[in-house]
Structure formats: structure tokens, C-alpha cells
Write a protein that binds this ligand. Structure first.
Ligand code: FPP
Length: 256
């Protein structure tokens, strides 16, 4: 009689090994600038909002892939503080889509041990979205799997401004302020800084995303638009990350 193991392995793990990924050296925190929804829609002759809707489908797949792979933190740029300048109907559509997605995916994420989190001035977003986010955070607060952070109404400079305000309010003397003081007052101070930032749709810029935390982050830009981005592209980004030599300002062969 053969003994069959009952423990099931997530298919993405085999796929990752096949793509040459070292599962023992994954990035701890991956940040994603999900760009190109509009361009994807335009190319297909569709309304921009349909691009965002398709982007939501991609996001579902990527959360699942990152979670199954064993990545501990995933942060995505869903709506920037600058995105309010877009046409009113697009802004309203994106807000509604994020709210719908948060409500629709909650049970599934909870079942998969995902912890939901936010970054940004969520007090300024529509009440329905804010409630959905807060409900998601509360429901999943005790989960121990991947922490999934939605950056909504997020700006990196605004985050630093908010940190400085909090520091001044708490009365820290100027001569006691150092880099760790700033880091400790950011929105998600307890999280490790991102070690890999992925940007889709080819633009070579940071767009005010996690600018303090990304000081030593590896950047991977792919020309693929966000709606077209797949698990294979995600694994490719992880592989590229593993091929980089991270120096943190030192030299590679520096004696200890
Ligand atoms: C950038 O594409 C994308 C956004 C500003 C919004 C991101 C939103 C989603 C991916 C929708 C799903 C998100 C959630 C959380 C459900 P763009 O419009 O700037 O594209 P373009 O540069 O080609 O015009």
C-alpha cells in the first residue's frame, strides 16, 4: 500500500521553483504601482473604468500569488493623493470599485488568513469606502498570513508631513529627532520597509509612493500593463529581485 501525503502544496510554489526562484530568499515586503489600466482600456476601445475593473481582477490573482508564495507584506497603490485631479466620474468609479472589491473579497481574504490594512488619509475618502476598509481591518486584525495594505488617498510627501505633525504634537525635542523618529511615525511604522517595488506599464518613476520607505528598495519596471499582469510576471519580478546585489551604500566585497 502506498502512503500518500495529505499535505497539499500551493501550485505557485512549484511554478516558482521552475522559474528558478529561491523560496528561502523571498522579498519580505513587495510594493506595487498598478499602472496602465487606462492605456489597456484605450487599446481595446473600452472606457477607462473597465480598465480599472480588469485591474481589480489582476489584483485578486496577485494577492493570492503573494500569499501562497509566503510573502509577508504586499502594499498596492490603489489611489494616490494626486488622483483626485482626474475627471469626477473616474474618481467616483474608482472609489466605488475599491469599496466593492473590499466588501466582495473580505470573506475570501479572511479565510486565507490575509490581514487587511490601509495607508493614506482615509478620513478624506467617501464614507462607504472608509467603512468598508475599517470593517475589513477589524475583521482580519488577528490574521497571521500576508498583510495586504491598500494605499488609498496616499501620498508619500503627505505621509511625511503627517509624521512630522505627529512628532511635533508629541513634543519630541528637535535635537532628539533622527531618521528613526520619522520612520516610527509613518502610517505603518511596524512594517518592514519594502524591499521590492514593482511598477507596471513602463514609466520609470516613483510617483510619490512610499518615498521614505523605498530609499533602498529594488525597483522593477515591466512594460506589461496592470490588467495584463499575471502570476508569471509577479514571479519574474521576484526572480529579478533575487538576482540583484543589495549594497545599502556599502561596497560588495567590503571586509566586515
Ligand atoms: C493606474 O492606471 C491605476 C489607478 C490610478 C487605479 C488603480 C486601481 C485599480 C487597479 C483598480 C482596482 C483596485 C482595487 C483596490 C480594487 P491609470 O489609470 O493611471 O492608467 P494609464 O496611465 O494607462 O492611464
Amino acid at each position: 500500500m502506498s502512503i500518500v501525503s495529505s499535505s497539499k502544496e500551493f501550485p505557485i510554489l512549484a511554478q516558482a521553483r521552475a522559474q528558478g526562484i529561491d523560496l528561502g530568499a523571498l522579498p519580505h515586503h513587495v510594493a506595487i504601482i498598478m499602472d496602465g489600466n487606462g492605456r489597456w482600456a484605450k487599446r481595446k476601445g473600452l472606457a477607462r473604468l473597465l480598465g480599472h475593473r480588469e485591474g481589480y481582477m489582476t489584483l485578486k490573482k496577485v494577492i493570492r500569488a503573494a500569499s501562497d508564495l509566503g510573502i509577508k507584506y504586499l502594499t498596492v497603490y490603489a489611489f494616490s493623493a494626486e488622483n483626485w485631479r482626474r475627471p469626477e466620474d473616474e474618481v467616483a468609479g474608482i472609489m466605488k470599485l475599491i469599496e466593492k472589491a473590499t466588501r466582495e473579497e473580505l470573506q475570501n481574504m479572511h479565510k486565507n488568513n490575509v490581514r487587511i490594512n490601509v495607508a493614506g488619509r482615509i478620513e478624506e475618502v467617501p464614507a462607504g469606502l472608509r467603512d468598508a476598509l475599517l470593517h475589513g481591518i477589524e475583521t482580519t486584525a488577528a490574521n497571521t498570513g500576508i498583510t495586504f495594505t491598500l494605499a488609498v488617498n496616499y501620498g508619500g510627501r503627505a505621509e511625511i508631513v503627517d509624521a512630522v505633525k505627529a512628532i511635533v504634537t508629541s513634543g519630541v525635542p528637535a535635537d532628539q529627532i533622527d531618521e528613526s523618529t520619522i520612520s516610527n511615525h509613518l502610517y505603518n511604522a511596524a512594517q518592514p520597509e519594502p524591499d521590492l517595488m514593482v511598477r507596471t506599464a513602463g514609466e520609470m518613476r516613483w510617483s510619490n509612493f512610499l518615498i521614505w520607505q523605498s530609499a533602498y528598495c529594488e525597483l522593477h519596471v515591466t512594460n506589461v500593463t496592470w490588467p495584463e499582469f499575471t502570476e508569471v510576471d509577479f514571479l519574474e519580478a521576484v526572480k529579478v529581485f533575487q538576482q540583484r546585489t543589495r549594497k545599502f551604500g556599502t561596497v560588495v566585497d567590503q571586509p566586515q
